[in-house]
Design a protein around this ligand. Structure first.
Ligand code: NDP
Length: 252
């Protein structure tokens, strides 16, 4: 794409959980659209390092920070590092997440608390720490990863569904609060995306794919359009909305 046509030229994006899966694909897509990219991750350092190399190969500036999004001090240090390196933050993607399907009766209090913390506390802390910079800029985009399970729920996914349902409502409330500052908050609620995030057996995945109107599972590449759109000027009249790339499983 010609430089003039790049939709995120000169923008700075921060993607939590950017080293793998959906976040990694979005990071590369944002770089292809002209953005400099910072990523946060917690464990898979080698993936973060290889992503930084790929971003720099695209002649973009890249920053990789180990950060547990549930820890206030980590998130403050992350946002401080991004501002120090790039001077601004235009796009925040709240993508960090965990999965642990299990029956309610087998769910420990620690499992429940961790699920809520990574998704809800993590998004709260990241948004709270990034918002002052976006308010100063009088512009910004915040994209929240929810899930179709925020709408459907599913047996053995009660904690995850509750956390994502909380994020869906968080998105709508924050969108109203930050819109007067020129900051647009929207969500993406994917269906099952084949990243290894969900430990479903292969046979169950195949059955699920066959049940979808589009007849296949999603891939991270299937989501790129939604993420680039919500980060770009093209979504300037979208506020508190959710895009549902899910192969037709639900049609809200
Ligand atoms: P991945 O497992 O590839 O990505 C999860 C990311 O979150 C990893 O980068 C991981 O870092 C990071 N992470 C986990 N815990 C923390 C933490 N405490 N602090 C910072 N980072 C953390 O899965 P996906 O790419 O599939 O999932 C990304 C998001 O998309 C999640 O929010 C998930 O809920 C959502 N989603 C996924 C769907 C799917 O079917 N795959 C469907 C709908 C929504 P590290 O690699 O270092 O461990």
């Amino acid at each position: 794409m010609s430089r003039a046509a790049l939709r995120l030229r000169g923008k700075v994006a921060l993607i939590t959980g950017g080293n793998t899966g959906i976040g990694r694909t979005v990071a590369l897509a944002y770089a292809d659209e002209g953005a400099d990219v910072a990523i946060a991750w917690i464990a898979r350092e080698a993936d973060a390092a290889s992503l930084v190399a790929e971003l720099e190969k695209r002649s973009r500036r890249a920053l990789s920070v180990r950060c547990d999004v549930t820890r206030e001090a980590d998130v403050q240090a992350l946002v401080g590092a991004v501002i120090e390196r790039f001077g601004r933050i235009d796009v925040l993607v709240n993508n960090a997440g965990i999965q642990k399907p299990q029956a309610l009766t087998e769910t420990s209090l620690d499992d429940w608390e961790r699920m809520m913390a990574v998704h809800l506390r993590g998004a709260f802390l990241c948004c709270r720490e990034v918002a002052p910079a976006m308010i100063r800029q009088r512009s910004g985009r915040i994209i929240v990863l929810t899930s179709q399970l925020a709408y459907l729920g599913r047996p053995r996914y009660t904690a995850y569904s509750a956390a994502k349902g909380g994020l869906a409502t968080f998105t709508r409330a924050l969108a109203q609060e930050l819109a007067p500052h020129g900051i647009l908050v929207n969500a993406v609620a994917p269906g099952l995306i084949d990243t290894g995030f969900d430990p479903l057996p292969e046979a169950a995945k195949r059955a699920h794919a066959a049940s979808l109107p589009l007849g296949r599972l999603g891939t991270p590449d299937d989501l790129v359009g939604a993420f680039v759109f919500l980060a770009s000027d093209e979504s300037r009249y979208f506020c508190g909305q959710t895009l549902h790339p899910n192969g037709g499983e639900i049609m809200p």
